[in-house]
Each structure stands twice: as structure tokens, then as C-alpha cells.
Design a protein around this ligand. Structure first.
Ligand SMILES: [Fe+2]
Length: 285
């Protein structure tokens, strides 16, 4: 399988995070191998089933999200005692004191097509209107994601555009950013719809194993590849406590419940946590 594969190394052991960080800086993404034990991977899948699809009725060709998965998961918090993951956090945040920024889980079913190419960073939005606009403004990797089935273009997972993480990036050759700025489209397209196909200059179809972390920079363009199996993934992201965020929504009850149940040794990670209110919209803009 040579299609959409890089001609440089993107795979790094958790003992070689300097090289991983260099790859992230140069190309906008990297894969850290075997960060999570495979037994935890299976437990996480069960947690995602319980939280997102407890009745097992997710239709074919669809998806469901949970946007505060760390509030429900117990397995994710084990990572905070697991040196490969802690070393990864140190690679991202240095010696800064950190707090939980956001987390999510996604369940997808077979038959779902490829998603639109996009970046998660919302720093180009002058007047934030949604919770994503408020939270996704920092230059910290937005993709620190566990693809619990692994990632492969034959089954699904993530594809990225190499070197698309620079602030002045204008789109792949032959394409231009959409008017809103989070996606791109062919230059000669007759409308502003976002592109959702693989055959784009710079496209890399990431291949990874369960337990690996796929990491990409805050502005790296990415897309979910077409899904050919029931797929589980989750993300767990932190930020420096120096980056205070005054969220315009009230701390959700579920976030307060997390504070109540989480072991004392992890409470430091909740100092600054805002939760996520997907129903919040700005009333002034
Ligand atoms: Fe995304």
C-alpha cells in the first residue's frame, strides 16, 4: 500500500519524542507508537459503547459523538499514571502545569463516507459564536487522538495534508481555502463546498495500530477517511494553566460531577477545565 504514504518517517517510539516533535514541527503530524496498552484499548471501546451506543442501535453509515468523554471514562485517566503518555504530554507542553482542555469520543459505523477536509483551529474567527470557536484558538495540537481500531485507508481513520499547519498556508496546489477559511475547494469549483476526496496534493493516509497516538498540529488540515467497519476513537487534550479561558457558558453539571468523583491526585488537572457546552452560541454576534 504505497498510495498516499510519506517518503519520510512519521512513526516514533515513546522513547524518541525529540524526533517525534521534530516531525510534528516540520510536517504537521506524527504517530507515537504503543502509548496505550492493548487491554486498555479494548476497555475504552466498551466504555464508548456504554456512553454513546448503550442500546447498540447506531444505524449504518452514521456516527455519534460525546464531547466530554473524559467526564465519563475511567480508562483515560489511567494515562495520567502511565509514563509513555506522560512523556508525550511533556513533549507537547514542556514543564508547564497543565489542565484538561477538552476530550471527546466518536463512534462510526460502516458505510460512512469520507469527511470534509478541515482544520480545527478557529483563531481566524474574529467573533466566536460556538464553543469550538472559544476553545480552539491555542497553538497546541488539536489531534492527540487514539484511533482504537488503528488507522488505515482500507478501513478508515485519519488522513492529513502534510505541511498544512503553517499559519500562512493557502491550500494544496490547485485548491484554495473556502471563504470561511476552515476548508479548501478546487480553484475552478463553481461553489464554495469543502473538498472531501483523497486525491489531493499532500494527502497522507495515516496507518497506525490500536494504542498509538496520532498527533497533529493545531492548524493541520485533516479528514476522516471512508469507514468500512464499526470504529472507535477518542481524544484527551490538555493545555497549559497559563492559558486561562473564561468560558461564556456555565460549568456543566457533568463537569462538576467529574470533580466530585475523580481521585484527589488528578484534581490538579481540573483547575481551569471549562467543560464543553455545544448548545452555547454568542448572542451578540
Ligand atoms: Fe477535526
Amino acid at each position: 500500500m504505497t498510495l498516499f504514504q510519506p517518503d519520510y518517517n512519521i512513526y516514533f517510539d515513546s522513547s524518541d519524542l525529540t524526533s517525534a516533535s521534530n516531525c510534528l514541527s516540520k510536517y504537521g503530524y506524527c504517530v507515537i507508537k504503543s502509548v496505550m496498552p492493548l487491554t486498555w484499548v479494548e476497555e475504552l471501546k466498551l466504555e464508548i459503547d456504554e456512553v454513546i451506543d448503550p442500546s447498540g442501535n447506531l444505524p449504518n453509515a452514521s456516527n455519534r459523538y460525546h464531547m466530554m468523554f473524559a467526564e465519563e471514562s475511567r480508562v483515560l485517566w489511567r494515562l495520567m499514571d502511565h509514563s509513555p503518555y506522560l512523556n508525550f504530554l511533556k513533549m507537547i507542553h514542556g514543564n508547564d502545569s497543565i489542565c484538561l482542555h477538552r476530550s471527546a469520543a466518536i463512534l462510526r459505523s460502516s458505510g460512512e463516507g469520507m469527511g470534509n477536509w478541515h482544520k480545527d483551529h478557529r483563531g481566524h474567527i474574529t467573533y466566536p459564536k460556538t464553543a469550538n470557536d472559544i476553545l480552539n484558538r491555542l497553538s497546541i495540537p488539536s489531534g492527540c487522538w487514539f484511533y482504537l481500531n488503528g488507522s488505515h485507508p482500507d478501513r478508515s481513520g485519519i488522513a492529513v495534508i502534510e505541511k498544512s499547519h503553517f499559519e500562512d498556508w493557502k491550500g494544496p496546489e490547485g485548491y484554495q481555502l473556502t471563504a470561511e477559511g476552515s476548508s479548501f475547494r478546487p480553484i475552478d469549483a463553481t461553489d464554495d463546498s469543502a473538498c472531501n476526496w483523497m486525491d489531493v496534493p499532500g494527502c497522507i493516509a495515516i496507518c497506525s495500530e490500536p494504542g498509538d497516538i496520532i498527533c497533529f498540529a493545531s492548524r493541520t488540515f485533516h479528514a476522516n477517511m471512508a469507514t468500512n467497519e464499526r470504529r472507535y476513537s477518542c481524544g484527551f487534550g490538555f493545555r497549559s494553566k497559563k492559558d486561562r479561558i473564561k468560558a461564556p457558558w456555565s460549568l456543566p453539571l457533568t463537569s462538576k460531577a467529574l470533580t466530585a468523583r475523580l481521585d484527589f491526585k488528578y484534581q490538579t488537572y481540573l483547575d481551569g477545565y471549562t467543560g464543553f457546552d455545544g448548545s452555547w452560541t454568542s448572542v451578540t454576534n
